[in-house]
Design a protein around this ligand. Structure first.
Ligand SMILES: Cc1cc2nc3c(=O)[nH]c(=O)nc-3n(C[C@H](O)[C@H](O)[C@H](O)COP(=O)(O)OP(=O)(O)OC[C@H]3O[C@@H](n4cnc5c(N)ncnc54)[C@H](O)[C@@H]3O)c2cc1C
Length: 344
Protein backbone atom coordinates (compact mmCIF):
# COMPACT_ATOMS: atom_id res chain seq x y z
CA UNK A 1 0.00 0.00 0.00
CA UNK A 2 1.32 3.48 -0.89
CA UNK A 3 -0.18 6.70 0.47
CA UNK A 4 0.75 10.36 0.14
CA UNK A 5 0.85 10.96 3.89
CA UNK A 6 0.87 8.61 6.85
CA UNK A 7 -0.32 10.40 9.99
CA UNK A 8 1.05 8.59 13.05
CA UNK A 9 -1.33 9.37 15.92
CA UNK A 10 -5.00 10.27 15.48
CA UNK A 11 -5.32 12.49 18.57
CA UNK A 12 -6.71 15.98 18.01
CA UNK A 13 -3.64 17.24 16.12
CA UNK A 14 -3.39 14.17 13.86
CA UNK A 15 -7.13 14.38 13.20
CA UNK A 16 -6.96 18.06 12.21
CA UNK A 17 -4.05 17.33 9.86
CA UNK A 18 -5.91 14.37 8.37
CA UNK A 19 -8.95 16.57 7.73
CA UNK A 20 -6.91 19.43 6.22
CA UNK A 21 -5.17 17.05 3.80
CA UNK A 22 -8.03 14.67 3.10
CA UNK A 23 -10.60 17.31 2.22
CA UNK A 24 -8.27 18.46 -0.59
CA UNK A 25 -7.99 14.91 -1.98
CA UNK A 26 -4.60 13.94 -0.51
CA UNK A 27 -4.50 10.21 0.23
CA UNK A 28 -3.97 9.80 3.98
CA UNK A 29 -3.61 6.80 6.22
CA UNK A 30 -4.03 7.79 9.88
CA UNK A 31 -3.08 5.18 12.46
CA UNK A 32 -3.43 5.30 16.22
CA UNK A 33 -2.28 2.80 18.82
CA UNK A 34 -5.37 3.46 20.96
CA UNK A 35 -8.66 1.79 20.01
CA UNK A 36 -10.64 5.04 20.37
CA UNK A 37 -10.38 8.75 21.18
CA UNK A 38 -9.08 9.59 24.67
CA UNK A 39 -12.31 9.74 26.69
CA UNK A 40 -11.42 12.42 29.26
CA UNK A 41 -11.06 16.18 28.67
CA UNK A 42 -7.56 17.62 28.50
CA UNK A 43 -7.47 20.84 26.45
CA UNK A 44 -10.21 23.13 27.74
CA UNK A 45 -9.44 26.59 26.32
CA UNK A 46 -8.96 27.61 22.68
CA UNK A 47 -8.22 30.99 21.14
CA UNK A 48 -10.11 32.54 18.23
CA UNK A 49 -7.53 31.69 15.55
CA UNK A 50 -7.80 28.01 16.39
CA UNK A 51 -11.59 28.11 16.71
CA UNK A 52 -11.82 29.78 13.29
CA UNK A 53 -9.77 26.99 11.78
CA UNK A 54 -11.62 24.16 13.52
CA UNK A 55 -15.09 25.40 12.64
CA UNK A 56 -14.36 25.00 8.92
CA UNK A 57 -13.41 21.31 9.21
CA UNK A 58 -15.66 18.36 8.38
CA UNK A 59 -18.00 17.51 11.27
CA UNK A 60 -17.32 20.82 13.02
CA UNK A 61 -20.26 22.89 11.75
CA UNK A 62 -22.00 22.71 15.16
CA UNK A 63 -18.87 23.55 17.17
CA UNK A 64 -19.74 27.14 18.04
CA UNK A 65 -23.10 26.09 19.50
CA UNK A 66 -21.26 23.69 21.82
CA UNK A 67 -18.54 25.96 23.27
CA UNK A 68 -18.63 28.36 26.25
CA UNK A 69 -17.38 31.76 25.13
CA UNK A 70 -14.74 33.57 27.11
CA UNK A 71 -14.03 37.32 27.16
CA UNK A 72 -11.60 37.79 30.02
CA UNK A 73 -9.28 36.09 32.51
CA UNK A 74 -9.44 37.04 36.17
CA UNK A 75 -6.88 36.93 38.96
CA UNK A 76 -8.39 36.60 42.43
CA UNK A 77 -7.04 36.51 45.98
CA UNK A 78 -7.29 33.58 48.41
CA UNK A 79 -10.72 34.96 49.46
CA UNK A 80 -11.69 35.01 45.74
CA UNK A 81 -11.86 38.83 45.69
CA UNK A 82 -11.10 40.19 42.21
CA UNK A 83 -7.56 41.61 41.97
CA UNK A 84 -7.23 42.01 38.20
CA UNK A 85 -9.29 41.28 35.11
CA UNK A 86 -7.53 40.95 31.76
CA UNK A 87 -9.83 41.39 28.79
CA UNK A 88 -9.15 39.32 25.67
CA UNK A 89 -9.96 42.17 23.29
CA UNK A 90 -12.64 42.36 20.61
CA UNK A 91 -13.61 39.30 18.55
CA UNK A 92 -12.38 39.94 15.02
CA UNK A 93 -12.62 36.60 13.23
CA UNK A 94 -16.36 35.93 13.37
CA UNK A 95 -15.99 33.50 16.28
CA UNK A 96 -15.68 34.13 20.03
CA UNK A 97 -12.35 35.67 21.02
CA UNK A 98 -11.78 32.65 23.27
CA UNK A 99 -13.82 29.60 24.18
CA UNK A 100 -13.94 26.57 26.43
CA UNK A 101 -14.57 23.17 24.89
CA UNK A 102 -15.27 19.60 26.01
CA UNK A 103 -12.38 17.93 24.17
CA UNK A 104 -13.85 14.40 23.87
CA UNK A 105 -17.04 15.80 22.26
CA UNK A 106 -15.01 17.88 19.78
CA UNK A 107 -12.81 14.89 18.88
CA UNK A 108 -15.86 12.64 18.38
CA UNK A 109 -17.46 15.13 15.97
CA UNK A 110 -14.23 15.62 14.03
CA UNK A 111 -13.65 11.88 13.69
CA UNK A 112 -17.23 11.48 12.40
CA UNK A 113 -16.58 14.21 9.80
CA UNK A 114 -13.32 12.59 8.69
CA UNK A 115 -15.06 9.20 8.24
CA UNK A 116 -16.87 10.68 5.23
CA UNK A 117 -13.68 11.77 3.38
CA UNK A 118 -13.04 9.30 0.53
CA UNK A 119 -9.25 9.74 0.34
CA UNK A 120 -8.74 8.99 4.06
CA UNK A 121 -8.35 5.66 5.80
CA UNK A 122 -8.17 5.47 9.60
CA UNK A 123 -6.78 2.39 11.37
CA UNK A 124 -7.22 2.29 15.14
CA UNK A 125 -5.51 -0.07 17.58
CA UNK A 126 -2.29 -0.17 15.58
CA UNK A 127 0.70 2.12 15.95
CA UNK A 128 3.93 2.91 14.15
CA UNK A 129 6.93 0.93 15.37
CA UNK A 130 9.53 1.35 12.61
CA UNK A 131 10.54 3.75 9.83
CA UNK A 132 12.99 3.31 6.98
CA UNK A 133 13.44 6.14 4.53
CA UNK A 134 14.08 5.49 0.84
CA UNK A 135 14.54 7.90 -2.07
CA UNK A 136 10.84 8.53 -2.79
CA UNK A 137 8.98 7.05 0.18
CA UNK A 138 9.27 6.02 3.81
CA UNK A 139 8.68 2.37 4.62
CA UNK A 140 6.52 2.39 7.77
CA UNK A 141 6.25 -0.72 9.88
CA UNK A 142 3.12 -0.98 12.03
CA UNK A 143 2.65 -2.86 15.31
CA UNK A 144 0.85 -5.71 13.51
CA UNK A 145 3.96 -6.19 11.27
CA UNK A 146 2.14 -4.79 8.21
CA UNK A 147 4.10 -2.32 6.07
CA UNK A 148 2.96 0.88 4.38
CA UNK A 149 4.91 3.05 1.93
CA UNK A 150 4.24 6.75 2.48
CA UNK A 151 5.65 9.74 0.60
CA UNK A 152 5.59 11.71 3.86
CA UNK A 153 5.13 10.72 7.49
CA UNK A 154 3.93 13.12 10.17
CA UNK A 155 4.41 12.10 13.80
CA UNK A 156 1.40 13.40 15.74
CA UNK A 157 1.86 10.70 18.36
CA UNK A 158 1.92 12.89 21.45
CA UNK A 159 4.57 13.75 24.04
CA UNK A 160 6.07 10.21 24.31
CA UNK A 161 6.31 10.14 20.46
CA UNK A 162 7.73 6.95 18.92
CA UNK A 163 8.28 8.81 15.63
CA UNK A 164 10.39 11.46 17.39
CA UNK A 165 12.55 8.72 18.97
CA UNK A 166 12.89 6.89 15.64
CA UNK A 167 14.26 10.00 13.91
CA UNK A 168 16.42 10.95 16.93
CA UNK A 169 15.00 14.49 17.13
CA UNK A 170 15.54 14.97 20.90
CA UNK A 171 13.12 16.67 23.33
CA UNK A 172 15.02 19.33 25.27
CA UNK A 173 13.53 21.38 28.08
CA UNK A 174 12.27 21.20 31.62
CA UNK A 175 9.98 19.09 33.76
CA UNK A 176 8.46 21.18 36.55
CA UNK A 177 8.75 20.05 40.14
CA UNK A 178 5.16 20.93 41.12
CA UNK A 179 2.45 18.34 40.44
CA UNK A 180 -1.11 19.62 39.95
CA UNK A 181 -4.45 17.95 40.62
CA UNK A 182 -6.91 18.47 37.74
CA UNK A 183 -10.60 17.84 38.49
CA UNK A 184 -13.35 18.01 35.85
CA UNK A 185 -16.98 17.85 36.95
CA UNK A 186 -20.18 17.44 34.92
CA UNK A 187 -23.44 19.06 35.97
CA UNK A 188 -26.89 19.15 34.38
CA UNK A 189 -27.58 22.52 36.07
CA UNK A 190 -25.54 25.75 35.79
CA UNK A 191 -23.02 25.89 38.65
CA UNK A 192 -22.72 28.90 41.00
CA UNK A 193 -19.21 29.72 39.71
CA UNK A 194 -18.23 32.63 37.45
CA UNK A 195 -18.18 31.42 33.80
CA UNK A 196 -14.61 32.63 33.17
CA UNK A 197 -11.10 31.45 33.84
CA UNK A 198 -9.84 32.50 37.28
CA UNK A 199 -6.29 32.20 38.60
CA UNK A 200 -6.48 31.93 42.39
CA UNK A 201 -3.37 33.64 43.80
CA UNK A 202 -3.30 31.75 47.07
CA UNK A 203 0.28 31.12 48.24
CA UNK A 204 -0.94 28.17 50.35
CA UNK A 205 -2.70 26.47 47.42
CA UNK A 206 -2.45 28.12 43.97
CA UNK A 207 -5.42 27.15 41.83
CA UNK A 208 -7.01 27.72 38.44
CA UNK A 209 -10.66 27.25 37.59
CA UNK A 210 -12.58 27.52 34.33
CA UNK A 211 -15.93 26.57 32.80
CA UNK A 212 -16.34 23.74 30.30
CA UNK A 213 -19.50 22.95 28.32
CA UNK A 214 -21.70 20.92 30.69
CA UNK A 215 -19.34 21.33 33.63
CA UNK A 216 -16.35 23.02 35.20
CA UNK A 217 -12.63 22.41 35.83
CA UNK A 218 -10.44 23.08 38.88
CA UNK A 219 -6.67 22.71 39.04
CA UNK A 220 -4.88 22.80 42.41
CA UNK A 221 -1.15 22.72 43.01
CA UNK A 222 -0.08 19.94 45.38
CA UNK A 223 1.81 20.90 48.53
CA UNK A 224 5.07 19.20 49.46
CA UNK A 225 4.32 15.76 50.92
CA UNK A 226 0.93 15.34 49.24
CA UNK A 227 0.71 12.36 46.93
CA UNK A 228 -1.42 11.29 43.98
CA UNK A 229 -3.40 8.55 45.75
CA UNK A 230 -4.34 10.81 48.62
CA UNK A 231 -5.25 13.80 46.38
CA UNK A 232 -7.42 11.89 43.89
CA UNK A 233 -9.51 10.16 46.60
CA UNK A 234 -13.21 11.16 46.36
CA UNK A 235 -13.22 12.59 49.90
CA UNK A 236 -10.18 14.82 49.15
CA UNK A 237 -11.75 16.03 45.88
CA UNK A 238 -15.05 16.76 47.66
CA UNK A 239 -13.20 18.73 50.36
CA UNK A 240 -11.42 20.88 47.75
CA UNK A 241 -14.63 21.48 45.79
CA UNK A 242 -16.73 22.33 48.87
CA UNK A 243 -15.73 26.05 49.11
CA UNK A 244 -16.90 26.49 45.49
CA UNK A 245 -19.91 24.23 44.94
CA UNK A 246 -21.91 21.50 46.66
CA UNK A 247 -19.92 18.41 45.60
CA UNK A 248 -23.04 16.25 45.90
CA UNK A 249 -24.63 18.08 42.94
CA UNK A 250 -21.95 17.13 40.38
CA UNK A 251 -20.38 14.04 38.80
CA UNK A 252 -16.60 13.96 38.89
CA UNK A 253 -15.57 13.10 35.32
CA UNK A 254 -11.87 12.96 36.05
CA UNK A 255 -9.48 13.59 38.96
CA UNK A 256 -5.85 13.12 37.99
CA UNK A 257 -2.46 14.47 39.04
CA UNK A 258 -0.22 15.87 36.29
CA UNK A 259 3.38 17.01 36.19
CA UNK A 260 3.88 19.60 33.48
CA UNK A 261 6.75 19.93 31.02
CA UNK A 262 8.11 22.63 28.73
CA UNK A 263 9.91 20.71 25.99
CA UNK A 264 10.57 21.00 22.29
CA UNK A 265 12.09 18.67 19.69
CA UNK A 266 15.50 19.76 18.41
CA UNK A 267 14.39 19.16 14.79
CA UNK A 268 10.84 19.04 13.45
CA UNK A 269 11.79 17.51 10.09
CA UNK A 270 14.26 14.77 9.22
CA UNK A 271 14.02 13.94 5.53
CA UNK A 272 10.49 12.77 4.75
CA UNK A 273 9.42 12.60 8.40
CA UNK A 274 7.96 15.58 10.29
CA UNK A 275 6.64 16.20 13.80
CA UNK A 276 3.60 18.18 14.96
CA UNK A 277 1.62 18.81 18.16
CA UNK A 278 2.81 17.35 21.46
CA UNK A 279 5.28 15.16 19.55
CA UNK A 280 7.11 18.39 18.64
CA UNK A 281 6.49 20.35 21.88
CA UNK A 282 4.69 20.27 25.17
CA UNK A 283 4.00 23.07 27.62
CA UNK A 284 2.17 23.79 30.91
CA UNK A 285 -1.56 24.30 30.32
CA UNK A 286 -1.91 27.70 32.00
CA UNK A 287 -1.82 29.77 28.80
CA UNK A 288 -4.17 27.30 27.04
CA UNK A 289 -1.70 26.93 24.16
CA UNK A 290 -0.90 23.17 24.09
CA UNK A 291 -3.50 21.95 21.65
CA UNK A 292 -3.79 25.40 20.10
CA UNK A 293 -0.09 25.25 19.16
CA UNK A 294 -0.56 21.78 17.66
CA UNK A 295 -3.47 23.00 15.53
CA UNK A 296 -1.36 25.95 14.39
CA UNK A 297 1.42 23.49 13.49
CA UNK A 298 -0.72 21.41 11.19
CA UNK A 299 -2.35 24.47 9.65
CA UNK A 300 1.17 25.64 8.74
CA UNK A 301 2.19 22.19 7.50
CA UNK A 302 -0.85 20.96 5.55
CA UNK A 303 -0.75 23.53 2.73
CA UNK A 304 3.01 23.13 2.35
CA UNK A 305 2.69 19.35 2.12
CA UNK A 306 -0.07 19.76 -0.48
CA UNK A 307 2.16 22.03 -2.58
CA UNK A 308 5.09 19.62 -2.39
CA UNK A 309 2.84 16.66 -3.30
CA UNK A 310 1.45 18.65 -6.24
CA UNK A 311 4.98 19.45 -7.43
CA UNK A 312 4.46 23.20 -7.00
CA UNK A 313 7.36 23.43 -4.51
CA UNK A 314 10.37 21.30 -3.71
CA UNK A 315 10.72 19.41 -0.41
CA UNK A 316 13.05 22.11 0.97
CA UNK A 317 10.01 24.39 1.34
CA UNK A 318 8.93 22.13 4.21
CA UNK A 319 11.76 23.56 6.29
CA UNK A 320 9.75 26.79 6.37
CA UNK A 321 7.19 24.91 8.47
CA UNK A 322 9.62 24.68 11.40
CA UNK A 323 10.92 28.21 10.73
CA UNK A 324 7.37 29.53 11.05
CA UNK A 325 6.30 27.53 14.08
CA UNK A 326 9.41 27.25 16.27
CA UNK A 327 9.54 30.91 17.43
CA UNK A 328 5.98 30.86 18.77
CA UNK A 329 6.55 27.61 20.67
CA UNK A 330 9.95 28.82 21.92
CA UNK A 331 8.29 31.98 23.26
CA UNK A 332 5.90 29.88 25.37
CA UNK A 333 8.22 27.06 26.44
CA UNK A 334 11.42 29.07 26.82
CA UNK A 335 13.29 26.25 25.03
CA UNK A 336 15.98 27.87 22.88
CA UNK A 337 19.22 27.03 21.08
CA UNK A 338 22.37 28.05 22.93
CA UNK A 339 25.51 29.35 21.18
CA UNK A 340 26.88 25.81 20.96
CA UNK A 341 23.86 24.66 18.95
CA UNK A 342 22.28 22.75 21.86
CA UNK A 343 18.57 23.12 22.60
CA UNK A 344 17.89 23.90 26.27
C1 LIG B 1 -4.63 18.73 32.21
C2 LIG B 1 -4.37 19.27 30.84
C3 LIG B 1 -4.94 20.47 30.48
C4 LIG B 1 -4.71 21.00 29.21
N1 LIG B 1 -5.31 22.19 28.87
C5 LIG B 1 -5.12 22.70 27.63
C6 LIG B 1 -5.80 23.89 27.20
O1 LIG B 1 -6.59 24.51 27.94
N2 LIG B 1 -5.60 24.36 25.91
C7 LIG B 1 -4.76 23.69 25.07
O2 LIG B 1 -4.61 24.16 23.91
N3 LIG B 1 -4.12 22.54 25.43
C8 LIG B 1 -4.27 22.03 26.69
N4 LIG B 1 -3.66 20.86 27.04
C9 LIG B 1 -2.74 20.20 26.11
C10 LIG B 1 -3.48 19.35 25.07
O3 LIG B 1 -4.36 18.43 25.67
C11 LIG B 1 -2.44 18.63 24.23
O4 LIG B 1 -1.53 19.60 23.73
C12 LIG B 1 -3.12 17.92 23.06
O5 LIG B 1 -3.96 16.88 23.51
C13 LIG B 1 -2.03 17.33 22.15
O6 LIG B 1 -2.63 16.72 21.06
P1 LIG B 1 -1.80 15.73 20.17
O7 LIG B 1 -2.78 15.22 19.15
O8 LIG B 1 -0.56 16.37 19.72
O9 LIG B 1 -1.35 14.54 21.14
P2 LIG B 1 -2.24 13.49 21.93
O10 LIG B 1 -3.57 14.07 22.29
O11 LIG B 1 -1.37 12.96 23.02
O12 LIG B 1 -2.50 12.34 20.85
C14 LIG B 1 -1.45 11.47 20.43
C15 LIG B 1 -2.06 10.21 19.85
O13 LIG B 1 -1.02 9.39 19.34
C16 LIG B 1 -1.29 8.03 19.66
N5 LIG B 1 -0.01 7.29 19.60
C17 LIG B 1 0.96 7.22 20.54
N6 LIG B 1 2.01 6.50 20.09
C18 LIG B 1 1.68 6.10 18.84
C19 LIG B 1 2.36 5.34 17.84
N7 LIG B 1 3.58 4.84 18.03
N8 LIG B 1 1.72 5.12 16.65
C20 LIG B 1 0.48 5.64 16.43
N9 LIG B 1 -0.21 6.34 17.36
C21 LIG B 1 0.40 6.59 18.53
C22 LIG B 1 -1.95 8.08 21.02
O14 LIG B 1 -2.76 6.93 21.23
C23 LIG B 1 -2.80 9.36 20.89
O15 LIG B 1 -4.10 9.10 20.43
C24 LIG B 1 -3.88 20.31 28.31
C25 LIG B 1 -3.30 19.07 28.67
C26 LIG B 1 -3.54 18.55 29.93
C27 LIG B 1 -2.92 17.24 30.30
Amino acid sequence: MTVDVLVAGFGPVGAVLTALLGERGVSVLAVDRAPGAYPRPRAAGLDEEVLRLLVGLPGMAGLLAEVRSSRRATFVGPDRRLLLAAGQGPAELGVPVGAFIHQPSVERALRAGIAAIPSVEVRLGVGVRGLREGAETVRVELDDASVVEARWVVGCDGAPSTVRSLIGAGYAGTTFAQPWLVVDVRSAEPLPVAPEIAFVLDPRRPAVTMPMPGGHRWEWMLRPGEDTDQMTRPDTVARLLAPWIDPATVTVERAAVYTFHARMAGRWRVGRVLLAGDAAHTMPPFAGQGLASGVRDVAALAWRLREVLAGVCGPASLDDYERERRPQVAAITGVEEDRYGNWR
